[in-house]
Design a protein around this ligand. Structure first.
Ligand code: HXC
Length: 510
Protein backbone atom coordinates (compact mmCIF):
# COMPACT_ATOMS: atom_id res chain seq x y z
CA UNK A 1 0.00 0.00 0.00
CA UNK A 2 1.41 3.41 -0.92
CA UNK A 3 2.08 6.00 1.75
CA UNK A 4 -0.61 8.22 0.22
CA UNK A 5 -3.23 5.46 0.36
CA UNK A 6 -2.23 4.57 3.91
CA UNK A 7 -2.55 8.18 4.94
CA UNK A 8 -5.97 8.55 3.33
CA UNK A 9 -7.28 5.39 4.93
CA UNK A 10 -5.94 6.47 8.30
CA UNK A 11 -7.62 9.88 8.04
CA UNK A 12 -10.88 8.36 6.86
CA UNK A 13 -10.89 5.88 9.77
CA UNK A 14 -10.21 8.63 12.31
CA UNK A 15 -12.87 10.86 10.80
CA UNK A 16 -15.43 8.08 11.28
CA UNK A 17 -15.05 8.40 15.04
CA UNK A 18 -16.54 5.33 16.69
CA UNK A 19 -17.34 3.75 13.30
CA UNK A 20 -20.43 3.11 11.21
CA UNK A 21 -22.39 1.14 13.82
CA UNK A 22 -21.84 3.71 16.56
CA UNK A 23 -22.70 6.55 14.20
CA UNK A 24 -25.90 4.81 13.18
CA UNK A 25 -26.76 4.49 16.88
CA UNK A 26 -26.09 8.21 17.32
CA UNK A 27 -28.46 9.04 14.44
CA UNK A 28 -31.13 6.72 15.87
CA UNK A 29 -31.01 8.84 19.02
CA UNK A 30 -32.02 11.76 16.79
CA UNK A 31 -28.56 13.31 17.00
CA UNK A 32 -26.10 14.51 14.37
CA UNK A 33 -22.53 13.22 14.60
CA UNK A 34 -19.86 15.48 16.06
CA UNK A 35 -18.36 16.10 12.63
CA UNK A 36 -21.73 16.94 11.09
CA UNK A 37 -22.33 19.42 13.89
CA UNK A 38 -19.05 21.21 13.28
CA UNK A 39 -19.74 21.34 9.55
CA UNK A 40 -23.27 22.69 10.10
CA UNK A 41 -22.22 25.45 12.49
CA UNK A 42 -19.22 26.72 10.56
CA UNK A 43 -19.10 28.47 7.20
CA UNK A 44 -18.67 25.91 4.48
CA UNK A 45 -15.06 24.73 3.94
CA UNK A 46 -13.80 26.98 6.73
CA UNK A 47 -12.92 24.27 9.28
CA UNK A 48 -9.26 23.71 10.08
CA UNK A 49 -9.09 20.60 12.23
CA UNK A 50 -6.25 20.19 14.69
CA UNK A 51 -5.08 17.14 16.61
CA UNK A 52 -7.04 14.54 14.64
CA UNK A 53 -4.13 12.17 15.19
CA UNK A 54 -3.88 12.62 18.93
CA UNK A 55 -4.01 9.28 20.68
CA UNK A 56 -5.37 8.16 23.97
CA UNK A 57 -2.63 8.48 26.60
CA UNK A 58 -3.20 7.60 30.19
CA UNK A 59 -3.08 4.93 32.79
CA UNK A 60 -6.27 2.97 32.51
CA UNK A 61 -7.65 -0.46 33.03
CA UNK A 62 -7.96 -2.21 29.74
CA UNK A 63 -9.33 0.26 27.22
CA UNK A 64 -8.97 -0.69 23.60
CA UNK A 65 -7.07 2.43 22.67
CA UNK A 66 -7.32 1.73 18.94
CA UNK A 67 -11.03 2.45 19.17
CA UNK A 68 -10.49 5.92 20.53
CA UNK A 69 -10.31 7.99 17.35
CA UNK A 70 -9.03 11.46 18.15
CA UNK A 71 -9.65 10.46 21.78
CA UNK A 72 -13.33 11.29 21.40
CA UNK A 73 -13.26 14.98 20.58
CA UNK A 74 -12.93 17.05 17.42
CA UNK A 75 -11.11 20.37 17.78
CA UNK A 76 -10.07 23.24 15.55
CA UNK A 77 -10.87 26.65 14.13
CA UNK A 78 -13.32 27.91 11.56
CA UNK A 79 -15.51 30.85 10.64
CA UNK A 80 -19.10 31.89 11.29
CA UNK A 81 -20.32 34.62 8.93
CA UNK A 82 -16.69 35.16 7.95
CA UNK A 83 -15.57 35.76 11.54
CA UNK A 84 -13.09 33.32 13.14
CA UNK A 85 -14.11 31.06 16.04
CA UNK A 86 -12.52 28.17 17.93
CA UNK A 87 -14.57 25.01 18.34
CA UNK A 88 -14.58 21.61 19.99
CA UNK A 89 -17.18 18.86 19.65
CA UNK A 90 -17.23 15.81 21.86
CA UNK A 91 -17.88 12.62 19.89
CA UNK A 92 -20.29 10.36 21.73
CA UNK A 93 -19.54 7.51 19.33
CA UNK A 94 -16.05 7.25 20.85
CA UNK A 95 -16.27 5.88 24.41
CA UNK A 96 -19.43 7.91 24.98
CA UNK A 97 -17.55 11.17 24.42
CA UNK A 98 -16.04 10.58 27.85
CA UNK A 99 -13.23 12.89 28.89
CA UNK A 100 -9.80 11.40 29.38
CA UNK A 101 -6.37 12.98 29.53
CA UNK A 102 -5.71 13.36 25.78
CA UNK A 103 -9.32 14.40 25.15
CA UNK A 104 -8.96 17.14 27.77
CA UNK A 105 -5.56 18.20 26.41
CA UNK A 106 -7.11 18.74 22.97
CA UNK A 107 -9.88 20.90 24.43
CA UNK A 108 -7.39 22.84 26.53
CA UNK A 109 -5.23 23.47 23.47
CA UNK A 110 -8.10 24.86 21.41
CA UNK A 111 -9.23 26.96 24.38
CA UNK A 112 -5.73 28.41 24.67
CA UNK A 113 -5.85 29.06 20.94
CA UNK A 114 -9.13 30.94 21.33
CA UNK A 115 -7.72 32.93 24.25
CA UNK A 116 -4.53 33.83 22.39
CA UNK A 117 -6.23 34.72 19.13
CA UNK A 118 -9.01 36.44 21.10
CA UNK A 119 -11.85 34.78 19.23
CA UNK A 120 -15.10 33.22 20.52
CA UNK A 121 -15.07 29.62 21.72
CA UNK A 122 -17.88 27.19 20.94
CA UNK A 123 -18.01 23.94 22.90
CA UNK A 124 -20.30 21.07 21.94
CA UNK A 125 -20.93 18.76 24.87
CA UNK A 126 -22.10 15.20 24.26
CA UNK A 127 -20.41 13.06 26.86
CA UNK A 128 -20.75 10.50 29.63
CA UNK A 129 -18.44 12.68 31.75
CA UNK A 130 -15.10 11.74 33.27
CA UNK A 131 -13.68 8.66 31.51
CA UNK A 132 -13.98 6.20 34.31
CA UNK A 133 -11.05 4.03 33.16
CA UNK A 134 -8.65 6.96 33.32
CA UNK A 135 -9.41 7.83 36.91
CA UNK A 136 -7.76 10.92 38.26
CA UNK A 137 -6.35 11.90 34.85
CA UNK A 138 -9.83 12.82 33.70
CA UNK A 139 -10.42 14.88 36.83
CA UNK A 140 -7.18 16.71 36.09
CA UNK A 141 -8.57 17.36 32.61
CA UNK A 142 -11.75 18.95 33.92
CA UNK A 143 -9.79 21.15 36.29
CA UNK A 144 -7.66 22.46 33.42
CA UNK A 145 -10.79 23.25 31.42
CA UNK A 146 -12.53 25.04 34.33
CA UNK A 147 -9.42 27.14 34.88
CA UNK A 148 -9.51 28.33 31.27
CA UNK A 149 -13.28 28.89 31.24
CA UNK A 150 -12.67 31.23 34.15
CA UNK A 151 -9.55 33.04 32.96
CA UNK A 152 -11.08 33.68 29.54
CA UNK A 153 -14.41 34.79 31.02
CA UNK A 154 -14.96 38.40 30.01
CA UNK A 155 -12.11 38.15 27.47
CA UNK A 156 -13.76 36.09 24.70
CA UNK A 157 -17.41 35.02 24.39
CA UNK A 158 -17.76 31.35 25.35
CA UNK A 159 -20.82 29.45 24.11
CA UNK A 160 -21.81 25.91 25.13
CA UNK A 161 -24.11 23.62 23.21
CA UNK A 162 -25.45 20.65 25.14
CA UNK A 163 -26.21 18.05 22.50
CA UNK A 164 -26.46 14.86 24.50
CA UNK A 165 -25.63 13.94 28.07
CA UNK A 166 -23.56 16.35 30.16
CA UNK A 167 -23.32 14.74 33.55
CA UNK A 168 -21.41 14.97 36.81
CA UNK A 169 -18.72 17.61 37.16
CA UNK A 170 -18.80 18.04 33.38
CA UNK A 171 -21.75 20.41 33.79
CA UNK A 172 -19.53 23.03 35.37
CA UNK A 173 -17.67 23.90 32.21
CA UNK A 174 -20.86 25.02 30.42
CA UNK A 175 -21.98 26.71 33.63
CA UNK A 176 -18.79 28.77 33.60
CA UNK A 177 -19.37 29.89 30.02
CA UNK A 178 -21.50 32.85 28.92
CA UNK A 179 -24.41 31.18 27.12
CA UNK A 180 -25.76 27.63 27.15
CA UNK A 181 -27.91 26.24 24.31
CA UNK A 182 -30.12 23.17 24.77
CA UNK A 183 -32.24 21.13 22.38
CA UNK A 184 -35.52 19.37 23.06
CA UNK A 185 -35.22 15.63 23.75
CA UNK A 186 -31.44 15.72 23.15
CA UNK A 187 -29.89 17.71 25.97
CA UNK A 188 -29.48 16.35 29.50
CA UNK A 189 -27.56 18.10 32.25
CA UNK A 190 -27.30 16.97 35.84
CA UNK A 191 -24.79 16.54 38.63
CA UNK A 192 -26.16 13.09 39.47
CA UNK A 193 -28.38 11.13 37.12
CA UNK A 194 -31.73 9.40 37.70
CA UNK A 195 -30.07 6.11 38.76
CA UNK A 196 -28.06 7.69 41.55
CA UNK A 197 -31.09 9.66 42.69
CA UNK A 198 -33.10 6.44 42.82
CA UNK A 199 -30.38 4.68 44.84
CA UNK A 200 -29.66 7.50 47.28
CA UNK A 201 -33.07 9.11 47.69
CA UNK A 202 -35.48 6.48 46.39
CA UNK A 203 -36.99 9.05 44.00
CA UNK A 204 -38.03 8.20 40.45
CA UNK A 205 -37.35 10.90 37.88
CA UNK A 206 -36.83 10.79 34.14
CA UNK A 207 -33.68 12.34 32.63
CA UNK A 208 -35.90 14.84 30.77
CA UNK A 209 -37.63 16.06 33.92
CA UNK A 210 -34.43 16.05 35.94
CA UNK A 211 -32.27 17.92 33.47
CA UNK A 212 -33.85 18.19 30.03
CA UNK A 213 -34.05 21.22 27.77
CA UNK A 214 -37.24 22.68 29.24
CA UNK A 215 -36.08 22.08 32.81
CA UNK A 216 -32.91 24.09 32.25
CA UNK A 217 -34.44 26.92 30.25
CA UNK A 218 -37.68 27.39 32.21
CA UNK A 219 -36.94 26.19 35.75
CA UNK A 220 -33.25 26.29 36.66
CA UNK A 221 -32.06 29.00 34.29
CA UNK A 222 -28.85 27.00 33.71
CA UNK A 223 -29.46 27.28 29.97
CA UNK A 224 -30.21 30.46 28.04
CA UNK A 225 -31.53 29.26 24.68
CA UNK A 226 -34.03 26.51 23.90
CA UNK A 227 -34.31 24.97 20.45
CA UNK A 228 -36.49 22.25 18.99
CA UNK A 229 -33.74 20.91 16.72
CA UNK A 230 -29.97 21.02 16.55
CA UNK A 231 -30.23 23.11 13.36
CA UNK A 232 -32.32 25.71 15.18
CA UNK A 233 -29.68 25.89 17.91
CA UNK A 234 -26.96 26.47 15.29
CA UNK A 235 -28.98 29.36 13.84
CA UNK A 236 -29.35 30.81 17.34
CA UNK A 237 -25.57 30.68 17.78
CA UNK A 238 -25.00 32.51 14.51
CA UNK A 239 -27.58 35.15 15.36
CA UNK A 240 -26.15 35.67 18.83
CA UNK A 241 -22.59 36.05 17.53
CA UNK A 242 -23.78 38.72 15.08
CA UNK A 243 -24.34 41.02 18.09
CA UNK A 244 -21.04 40.26 19.83
CA UNK A 245 -17.48 41.46 19.41
CA UNK A 246 -14.85 38.71 19.08
CA UNK A 247 -13.30 39.81 22.36
CA UNK A 248 -13.39 42.46 25.07
CA UNK A 249 -11.01 44.77 23.20
CA UNK A 250 -12.99 44.87 19.97
CA UNK A 251 -15.92 47.22 19.34
CA UNK A 252 -19.24 45.34 18.92
CA UNK A 253 -19.97 44.87 15.20
CA UNK A 254 -22.01 47.73 13.76
CA UNK A 255 -24.65 47.11 11.12
CA UNK A 256 -26.58 49.40 8.84
CA UNK A 257 -29.16 51.47 10.74
CA UNK A 258 -32.74 50.39 10.07
CA UNK A 259 -35.99 51.91 11.35
CA UNK A 260 -38.25 49.76 13.54
CA UNK A 261 -40.96 47.84 11.71
CA UNK A 262 -43.53 49.09 14.22
CA UNK A 263 -44.28 52.60 15.36
CA UNK A 264 -44.23 53.41 19.05
CA UNK A 265 -47.30 55.42 20.04
CA UNK A 266 -48.65 56.51 23.41
CA UNK A 267 -51.22 53.71 23.17
CA UNK A 268 -48.45 51.35 24.21
CA UNK A 269 -49.13 52.20 27.87
CA UNK A 270 -52.77 51.47 28.81
CA UNK A 271 -54.84 54.37 30.21
CA UNK A 272 -55.62 52.24 33.22
CA UNK A 273 -52.49 52.42 35.36
CA UNK A 274 -53.00 48.93 36.73
CA UNK A 275 -53.41 47.22 33.39
CA UNK A 276 -50.63 45.03 32.05
CA UNK A 277 -49.02 45.36 28.62
CA UNK A 278 -46.28 43.58 26.75
CA UNK A 279 -42.92 45.32 27.03
CA UNK A 280 -41.80 43.48 23.90
CA UNK A 281 -44.07 45.87 21.95
CA UNK A 282 -42.08 48.79 23.35
CA UNK A 283 -38.80 47.11 22.41
CA UNK A 284 -40.03 46.37 18.89
CA UNK A 285 -41.01 50.02 18.51
CA UNK A 286 -37.54 51.22 19.55
CA UNK A 287 -34.95 48.98 17.94
CA UNK A 288 -33.66 48.57 14.40
CA UNK A 289 -35.85 46.40 12.21
CA UNK A 290 -37.80 45.46 15.39
CA UNK A 291 -35.18 42.71 15.71
CA UNK A 292 -34.74 41.58 19.31
CA UNK A 293 -33.01 38.38 20.41
CA UNK A 294 -34.21 37.37 23.84
CA UNK A 295 -31.83 35.63 26.22
CA UNK A 296 -33.36 33.39 28.92
CA UNK A 297 -36.75 33.84 27.23
CA UNK A 298 -38.44 31.09 29.24
CA UNK A 299 -36.86 31.89 32.61
CA UNK A 300 -37.92 34.59 35.10
CA UNK A 301 -40.31 36.06 32.55
CA UNK A 302 -41.01 39.07 34.78
CA UNK A 303 -37.83 40.57 33.38
CA UNK A 304 -36.81 40.54 29.72
CA UNK A 305 -33.18 40.67 28.61
CA UNK A 306 -31.63 40.37 25.18
CA UNK A 307 -29.75 41.89 22.28
CA UNK A 308 -30.87 44.33 19.63
CA UNK A 309 -29.41 47.18 17.57
CA UNK A 310 -30.17 50.85 17.71
CA UNK A 311 -28.93 52.99 14.83
CA UNK A 312 -26.92 49.95 13.79
CA UNK A 313 -25.13 49.61 17.13
CA UNK A 314 -25.58 46.45 19.25
CA UNK A 315 -27.13 47.09 22.66
CA UNK A 316 -28.22 44.93 25.57
CA UNK A 317 -31.79 45.54 26.75
CA UNK A 318 -33.08 44.91 30.27
CA UNK A 319 -36.81 45.49 30.65
CA UNK A 320 -39.36 44.83 33.37
CA UNK A 321 -42.22 42.80 31.89
CA UNK A 322 -45.60 44.02 33.25
CA UNK A 323 -47.23 40.99 31.59
CA UNK A 324 -45.69 38.61 34.15
CA UNK A 325 -46.07 39.17 37.89
CA UNK A 326 -46.57 42.87 37.08
CA UNK A 327 -42.85 43.05 36.35
CA UNK A 328 -41.73 42.62 39.97
CA UNK A 329 -38.12 41.99 40.79
CA UNK A 330 -37.51 38.68 42.53
CA UNK A 331 -34.59 36.36 43.15
CA UNK A 332 -34.56 34.85 39.65
CA UNK A 333 -35.19 38.11 37.80
CA UNK A 334 -32.33 39.75 39.71
CA UNK A 335 -29.94 36.92 38.86
CA UNK A 336 -31.02 36.86 35.23
CA UNK A 337 -30.58 40.59 34.72
CA UNK A 338 -27.38 40.90 36.74
CA UNK A 339 -25.57 38.22 34.80
CA UNK A 340 -26.69 39.73 31.49
CA UNK A 341 -25.61 43.24 32.47
CA UNK A 342 -22.23 41.89 33.51
CA UNK A 343 -21.79 40.11 30.18
CA UNK A 344 -22.64 43.27 28.22
CA UNK A 345 -20.33 45.38 30.33
CA UNK A 346 -17.47 42.91 29.87
CA UNK A 347 -17.83 43.11 26.09
CA UNK A 348 -18.45 46.83 25.70
CA UNK A 349 -22.13 46.49 24.80
CA UNK A 350 -24.19 49.55 25.83
CA UNK A 351 -27.23 49.00 28.06
CA UNK A 352 -30.77 50.20 27.56
CA UNK A 353 -33.03 49.72 30.59
CA UNK A 354 -36.83 49.95 30.35
CA UNK A 355 -38.48 50.45 33.71
CA UNK A 356 -41.97 49.53 34.84
CA UNK A 357 -41.86 47.64 38.11
CA UNK A 358 -43.78 47.88 41.38
CA UNK A 359 -40.63 46.84 43.26
CA UNK A 360 -39.03 43.81 44.86
CA UNK A 361 -41.48 40.97 45.49
CA UNK A 362 -42.48 40.82 49.16
CA UNK A 363 -43.05 37.57 51.06
CA UNK A 364 -41.51 34.90 53.25
CA UNK A 365 -40.59 32.70 50.25
CA UNK A 366 -38.58 35.43 48.62
CA UNK A 367 -36.94 36.58 51.84
CA UNK A 368 -35.94 33.01 52.66
CA UNK A 369 -34.75 32.45 49.10
CA UNK A 370 -32.30 35.30 49.68
CA UNK A 371 -33.89 38.19 47.79
CA UNK A 372 -31.55 40.54 49.66
CA UNK A 373 -28.44 38.74 48.43
CA UNK A 374 -29.76 38.18 44.91
CA UNK A 375 -31.31 41.64 44.61
CA UNK A 376 -27.93 43.10 45.56
CA UNK A 377 -26.44 41.52 42.44
CA UNK A 378 -28.60 43.76 40.29
CA UNK A 379 -27.44 46.88 42.11
CA UNK A 380 -23.88 45.66 41.91
CA UNK A 381 -23.85 44.85 38.21
CA UNK A 382 -25.43 48.16 37.18
CA UNK A 383 -23.14 50.13 39.49
CA UNK A 384 -20.08 48.28 38.26
CA UNK A 385 -20.91 48.67 34.54
CA UNK A 386 -18.87 51.36 32.79
CA UNK A 387 -20.52 51.07 29.35
CA UNK A 388 -23.01 53.76 28.28
CA UNK A 389 -26.26 53.17 30.19
CA UNK A 390 -29.52 54.74 29.05
CA UNK A 391 -32.67 54.29 31.14
CA UNK A 392 -36.25 54.85 30.08
CA UNK A 393 -38.88 55.01 32.83
CA UNK A 394 -42.17 54.06 31.19
CA UNK A 395 -44.47 53.76 34.18
CA UNK A 396 -43.83 52.50 37.73
CA UNK A 397 -40.45 53.06 39.33
CA UNK A 398 -40.92 52.63 43.03
CA UNK A 399 -38.54 52.45 45.94
CA UNK A 400 -35.54 50.14 45.79
CA UNK A 401 -36.54 49.00 42.33
CA UNK A 402 -36.37 52.60 41.07
CA UNK A 403 -32.78 52.75 42.25
CA UNK A 404 -31.92 49.23 41.08
CA UNK A 405 -33.22 49.61 37.52
CA UNK A 406 -30.25 51.72 36.46
CA UNK A 407 -31.25 55.02 38.02
CA UNK A 408 -29.10 58.09 37.69
CA UNK A 409 -27.79 57.25 41.16
CA UNK A 410 -26.26 53.98 39.90
CA UNK A 411 -24.50 55.81 37.11
CA UNK A 412 -26.99 55.97 34.24
CA UNK A 413 -25.60 58.14 31.45
CA UNK A 414 -29.12 59.45 30.68
CA UNK A 415 -32.49 58.88 32.32
CA UNK A 416 -35.48 59.46 30.08
CA UNK A 417 -39.11 59.30 31.29
CA UNK A 418 -42.53 59.32 29.70
CA UNK A 419 -45.40 61.43 31.08
CA UNK A 420 -46.89 58.16 32.38
CA UNK A 421 -43.90 57.58 34.67
CA UNK A 422 -44.57 57.20 38.40
CA UNK A 423 -41.44 57.75 40.42
CA UNK A 424 -41.92 57.54 44.15
CA UNK A 425 -40.63 55.90 47.27
CA UNK A 426 -43.53 53.44 47.26
CA UNK A 427 -47.00 52.83 45.76
CA UNK A 428 -49.80 55.25 46.66
CA UNK A 429 -51.91 52.76 48.66
CA UNK A 430 -49.07 51.59 50.86
CA UNK A 431 -47.80 55.12 51.34
CA UNK A 432 -51.22 56.54 52.30
CA UNK A 433 -51.81 53.72 54.77
CA UNK A 434 -48.53 54.37 56.54
CA UNK A 435 -48.26 58.15 56.45
CA UNK A 436 -51.93 58.92 57.19
CA UNK A 437 -52.72 55.90 59.38
CA UNK A 438 -53.76 57.95 62.41
CA UNK A 439 -55.70 60.49 60.35
CA UNK A 440 -57.55 57.71 58.47
CA UNK A 441 -58.41 55.84 61.70
CA UNK A 442 -59.64 59.00 63.44
CA UNK A 443 -61.85 60.16 60.57
CA UNK A 444 -65.62 59.66 60.41
CA UNK A 445 -65.43 57.67 57.20
CA UNK A 446 -61.99 55.95 57.23
CA UNK A 447 -62.40 54.35 53.80
CA UNK A 448 -63.34 57.66 52.14
CA UNK A 449 -60.41 59.38 53.87
CA UNK A 450 -58.09 56.61 52.78
CA UNK A 451 -59.16 56.95 49.14
CA UNK A 452 -58.74 60.74 49.35
CA UNK A 453 -55.22 60.38 50.73
CA UNK A 454 -54.32 57.83 48.05
CA UNK A 455 -55.53 60.27 45.41
CA UNK A 456 -53.57 63.13 46.98
CA UNK A 457 -50.44 61.03 47.07
CA UNK A 458 -50.90 59.95 43.45
CA UNK A 459 -51.46 63.53 42.33
CA UNK A 460 -48.32 64.65 44.08
CA UNK A 461 -45.91 61.78 43.41
CA UNK A 462 -47.23 59.40 40.72
CA UNK A 463 -45.62 61.37 37.92
CA UNK A 464 -42.14 62.13 36.58
CA UNK A 465 -42.12 65.84 37.46
CA UNK A 466 -40.76 65.70 41.00
CA UNK A 467 -37.83 63.54 39.89
CA UNK A 468 -37.28 65.74 36.81
CA UNK A 469 -37.36 68.92 38.92
CA UNK A 470 -34.46 67.53 40.92
CA UNK A 471 -32.50 66.40 37.86
CA UNK A 472 -32.89 62.69 38.66
CA UNK A 473 -34.63 62.39 35.29
CA UNK A 474 -32.79 64.18 32.48
CA UNK A 475 -35.32 64.15 29.65
CA UNK A 476 -39.11 63.92 29.49
CA UNK A 477 -40.54 62.84 26.18
CA UNK A 478 -43.35 60.94 24.50
CA UNK A 479 -43.19 57.41 23.08
CA UNK A 480 -43.08 58.42 19.40
CA UNK A 481 -40.02 60.64 19.97
CA UNK A 482 -38.18 58.19 22.18
CA UNK A 483 -36.11 56.28 19.62
CA UNK A 484 -34.41 59.45 18.37
CA UNK A 485 -33.68 60.54 21.90
CA UNK A 486 -32.29 57.14 22.87
CA UNK A 487 -30.03 57.20 19.80
CA UNK A 488 -28.72 60.64 20.75
CA UNK A 489 -28.34 59.66 24.40
CA UNK A 490 -26.12 56.72 23.42
CA UNK A 491 -24.21 58.90 20.97
CA UNK A 492 -23.32 61.43 23.64
CA UNK A 493 -22.66 58.93 26.44
CA UNK A 494 -19.07 57.88 26.88
CA UNK A 495 -17.46 54.99 28.68
CA UNK A 496 -17.44 55.74 32.36
CA UNK A 497 -14.32 55.68 34.47
CA UNK A 498 -14.82 54.52 38.04
CA UNK A 499 -11.20 55.33 38.80
CA UNK A 500 -10.62 52.01 40.55
CA UNK A 501 -8.84 49.98 37.90
CA UNK A 502 -6.14 49.35 40.51
CA UNK A 503 -8.43 46.99 42.41
CA UNK A 504 -8.13 43.25 41.85
CA UNK A 505 -11.88 42.65 41.59
CA UNK A 506 -15.07 43.16 43.53
CA UNK A 507 -16.64 40.47 45.67
CA UNK A 508 -20.10 39.68 44.36
CA UNK A 509 -20.31 36.47 42.30
CA UNK A 510 -22.93 36.67 39.57
C1 HXC B 1 -16.09 5.66 30.05
C2 HXC B 1 -18.17 5.69 29.11
C3 HXC B 1 -18.59 6.68 30.03
C4 HXC B 1 -17.64 7.14 30.99
C5 HXC B 1 -20.24 6.23 28.73
N1 HXC B 1 -19.23 5.45 28.35
N2 HXC B 1 -19.88 6.98 29.78
N3 HXC B 1 -16.94 5.19 29.13
N4 HXC B 1 -16.42 6.61 30.96
N5 HXC B 1 -17.96 8.09 31.88
C6 HXC B 1 -19.23 4.48 27.25
C7 HXC B 1 -20.08 3.27 27.55
O1 HXC B 1 -19.35 2.33 28.29
C8 HXC B 1 -20.40 2.80 26.15
O2 HXC B 1 -19.25 2.11 25.66
C9 HXC B 1 -20.52 4.08 25.36
O3 HXC B 1 -19.85 5.06 26.13
C10 HXC B 1 -21.94 4.53 25.18
O4 HXC B 1 -22.58 4.52 26.45
P1 HXC B 1 -24.00 3.84 26.70
O5 HXC B 1 -24.13 3.68 28.16
O6 HXC B 1 -24.12 2.63 25.83
O7 HXC B 1 -24.98 4.94 26.13
P2 HXC B 1 -26.39 5.39 26.70
O8 HXC B 1 -27.22 4.20 26.99
O9 HXC B 1 -26.90 6.39 25.75
O10 HXC B 1 -26.08 6.11 28.08
C11 HXC B 1 -25.31 7.31 28.09
C12 HXC B 1 -24.97 7.71 29.54
C13 HXC B 1 -24.35 6.47 30.27
C14 HXC B 1 -26.27 8.16 30.23
C15 HXC B 1 -24.04 8.88 29.47
O11 HXC B 1 -23.33 5.96 29.46
C16 HXC B 1 -23.82 6.84 31.61
O12 HXC B 1 -24.57 6.94 32.57
N6 HXC B 1 -22.47 6.99 31.68
C17 HXC B 1 -21.83 7.31 32.93
C18 HXC B 1 -22.16 8.70 33.34
C19 HXC B 1 -21.47 9.12 34.62
O13 HXC B 1 -21.76 8.59 35.69
N7 HXC B 1 -20.52 9.98 34.48
C20 HXC B 1 -19.90 10.56 35.62
C21 HXC B 1 -18.49 10.11 35.63
S1 HXC B 1 -17.77 10.92 37.04
P3 HXC B 1 -19.36 0.89 24.64
O14 HXC B 1 -17.94 0.45 24.50
O15 HXC B 1 -20.24 -0.09 25.29
O16 HXC B 1 -19.94 1.46 23.39
C22 HXC B 1 -17.59 12.51 36.58
C23 HXC B 1 -16.94 13.39 37.61
C24 HXC B 1 -16.25 14.53 36.91
O17 HXC B 1 -17.91 12.92 35.52
C25 HXC B 1 -15.87 15.52 37.93
C26 HXC B 1 -15.25 16.72 37.27
C27 HXC B 1 -15.12 17.84 38.25
Amino acid sequence: MSLKTMFREFVSKLQKGGGDVAQEKQRKRGKLTARERVDEILDSESFLETDLFVEHSSTDFGMDTKKLAGDGVITGFGKIDQRPVAIFAQDFTVAGGSLGKAHAAKIVKVMDGAGNKKIPLIGINDSGGARIQEGVDSLYGYGEIFLRNTTFSGVIPQLSLILGPCAGGAVYSPALTDFVFVVEKISNMFITGPQVIKTVLGEDVSPEVLGGAITHTAITGNAHFYAKTEFEAFEQIKRLLSFLPANCLETPPRAESKPPLKELTDKVIPDNRRKAYDVIDVIHGLVDDSDFMQVHELYAKNIVVGFARIDGKPIGIIANQPKFLAGVLDVNASDKAARFIRFCDAFGISLLTLVDTPGYLPGVDQEHAGVIRHGAKLLYSYSEATVPKVTLIMRKAYGGAYIAMCSRHLGASSVIAWPTAEIAVMGAEGAANIVFRKEIAASEDPEATRQKKIQEYEDKFANPYVAASKGYVDILTEPNKTRDIVIKAFEYAGEQDHGNSFRRHGNIPL
